[in-house]
Design a protein around this ligand. Structure first.
Ligand code: FAD
Length: 252
């Protein structure tokens, strides 16, 4: 199937992009790896598409003692290849390498992935565990409060994600991430990420809704079992298997 006809509004800058997107029925496009199929299936039929990856404001990276900030148009492949700053142990590259396959990673962007808010997206679960924040054209939003439901975020009309700020894990912090899928490169049926150190954060992803964030004493297997009480027994078991394996990786 081919997309319904739409106008392409290539913006000269981020202000022009925001203005175009504020108009009714306009849709931003990042790498097009989720939006493209939706257009082709006519699950999305915007009047106007505004491509963002050509905007300088969405590129670039910044590394400080406190955080790594990645432009929203940073591709999964750039992170997987180590072309962007990373943390000890290559945490970010490890996540990116597990997303889809190379062709998707070459075009898909970190900003597009977060905005798409697929419950099974790797960045959504892992960057919530790492306590990242989304920097938009209007505000800074903690990722923990960014997603309001499946494929839903707090973004308003005309609001563009510029970058993602990821705090540097404290020295000695340990990281565990595990996803379960039928074969490599597929979206996960279950995933869990754990950051253990001065602060302890456990995130359960791919549950069909926003990531479930458990903090401190609740960030344990028992806490996860309680948080998953809503799930049917089979799904609960699979999610807990991902939690168990992530906890094994951090050694607790
Ligand atoms: C075959 C296949 C397998 C995949 N497997 C996985 C997987 O295993 N794990 C995983 O995490 N992902 C997977 N994906 C999704 C992939 O990671 C996409 O790259 C990602 O979901 C969307 O990023 P994008 O840059 O392509 O965004 P697009 O598809 O261009 O856009 C997605 C949405 O975000 C909005 N948007 C994009 N950028 C911005 C911005 N800067 N500001 C505001 N709104 C914006 C768009 O309007 C749209 O609603 C897969 C995709 C495919 C096609």
């Amino acid at each position: 199937m081919k997309p319904a006809a739409f106008a392409l509004a290539v913006p000269a800058g981020i202000e022009a992009a925001a203005a175009s997107l504020a108009a009714a029925d306009a849709r931003a496009m990042g790498g097009g790896q989720s939006l493209g199929p939706m257009l082709n299936l006519r699950a999305a039929r915007p009047a106007t598409v505004v491509p963002l990856t050509g905007l300088a404001a969405l590129h670039g990276v910044e590394e400080t003692a406190a955080a790594v900030t990645l432009g929203a148009a940073t591709t999964h492949a750039a992170v997987a290849d180590g072309r962007t700053p990373d943390f000890a142990g290559g945490i970010l590259a490890g996540i990116a390498r597990g997303i889809a396959y190379r062709a998707v990673r070459n075009r898909g962007t970190i900003g597009g992935s977060l905005c798409h808010a697929d419950p099974a997206a790797d960045w959504l679960t892992t960057l919530t565990a790492l306590d990242a924040a989304v920097l938009t054209t209007r505000r800074t939003v903690a990722l923990a409060g960014f997603v309001t439901g499946p494929y839903r975020t707090v973004l308003e009309a005309g609001e563009i994600v510029r970058a993602v700020r990821i705090p540097r894990p404290a020295p000695g912090a340990r990281w565990g991430y595990h996803k379960l899928c039928r074969k490599p490169g597929e979206f996960a049926h279950a995933m869990a990420a754990v950051l253990a150190g001065a602060q302890r954060r456990l995130v359960i992803g791919a549950t069909g809704g926003p990531p479930i964030l458990l903090l401190g004493d609740a960030a344990t297997r028992a806490g996860a079992a309680e948080a998953l009480a809503f799930a049917d027994p089979v799904a609960r078991r699979i999610h807990l298997a991902a939690v168990d394996r992530a906890l094994v990786e951090v050694g607790t």
